[in-house]
Ligand binder design. Structure first.
Ligand code: SAM
Length: 291
């Protein structure tokens, strides 16, 4: 265990030993750069008091670092073929538990309760399978898990959308969805060359700090997220037009104009210019009109 897993040579050795072939459909791009991992560890807020959850350990490149820095590590891996490999590569790290599970199906709250000490801070760290980045993240956020932070390697363009501010071309409903639950920050950009095999897209590490309470007061979350989605439905259209289409059958054009005015928002603006507070005021005004 003195030889780190995350080097091209050692990774090659492990893959050869087991005759492992990457499954593209599972987003398998393994990290082969120890510096990137150390950088991630420096940001993830993990110490020997903390518990860590990893999604998709692969052959254990990141898992190994988590095992060294955290009290306990729990890793969810969907690919059965990787379980005996992890058993081998992580031998000697007694604080790691690998569960053969699809993260999208897993009862994460229950596993936290089962495996970690109560009151222990929990950090999620992962080099995510890119084909399901958004479903995984939205599951983690909506379940309101007892987790302090989420540090994830994802597609650069998606990281930029998640962390975007108003009037930026990347700003949209995903920015609002993520920032409603977290403080989001891109902490580094990562070249394709640090993965085996290299992915087709550039990557970034996104650091999400979970908020205790949402940054805005929203009376009805479903309506709020509905208004946000609708406001970005056709990015070049005005708020007035997008909302009229969304509320068709509930509010007519005149009523929409009136509600926009009472929320204090100019209907000729575009969704991309509204901050979260403005979306919240708008949604709350619509909510009261529905009562
Ligand atoms: N953590 C390793 C690393 O950094 O080298 C591997 C990262 S690789 C980008 C993504 C990993 O997620 C793969 O091991 C893949 O098998 C696993 N995976 C894909 N879909 C999954 C799912 N639904 N649930 C759990 N793991 C999944």
């Amino acid at each position: 265990t003195t030889k780190k897993i995350a080097t091209p040579k050692r990774t090659r050795e492990i893959l050869d030993k087991y005759g492992f072939h990457f499954k593209k459909s599972l987003g398998q791009n393994f990290l082969i750069d120890v510096n990137i991992l150390e950088n991630i560890m420096n940001h993830a807020g993990i110490d020997k008091q903390a518990a860590a959850i990893e999604i998709g350990p692969g052959i254990g490149a990141l898992t190994e670092q988590l095992a060294i820095h955290a009290d306990k590590v729990l890793a969810f891996e969907i690919d059965q073929r990787l379980l005996p490999i992890l058993e081998d590569t992580l031998q000697g790290y007694e604080n790691v538990q690998v569960l053969h599970r699809d993260i999208l199906e897993a009862d994460i709250r229950k596993t936290i309760d089962t495996y970690f000490k109560p009151e222990q801070p929990v950090h999620i760290v992962a080099n995510l399978p890119y084909y399901i980045t958004t479903p995984i993240l939205m599951k983690l956020l909506r379940e309101n898990l007892p987790v302090s932070s989420i540090t994830i390697m994802i597609q650069k363009e998606v990281a930029e959308r998640m962390a975007a501010v108003p009037n930026n071309k990347s700003y949209g409903s995903l920015s609002i969805a993520v920032q409603y639950y977290t403080h989001a920050e891109v902490i580094m950009n990562v070249p394709k060359s640090v993965f085996m095999p290299p992915p087709n897209v550039d990557s970034s590490v996104l650091q999400l700090t979970i908020r205790d309470t949402p940054p805005v007061n929203v009376e009805n979350e479903e309506l709020f997220f509905g208004v946000v989605q609708a406001s970005f439905a056709q990015r070049r259209k005005t708020l007035r037009n997008n909302l009229t289409r969304h509320f068709k059958g509930t509010f007519d054009k005149e009523k929409i104009a009136q509600l926009l005015e009472s929320a204090g928002i100019d209907g000729s603006r575009r969704g991309e210019s509204l901050n979260m507070q403005e979306f919240a005021s708008l949604a709350n005004t619509f909510y009261h009109a529905l009562e």
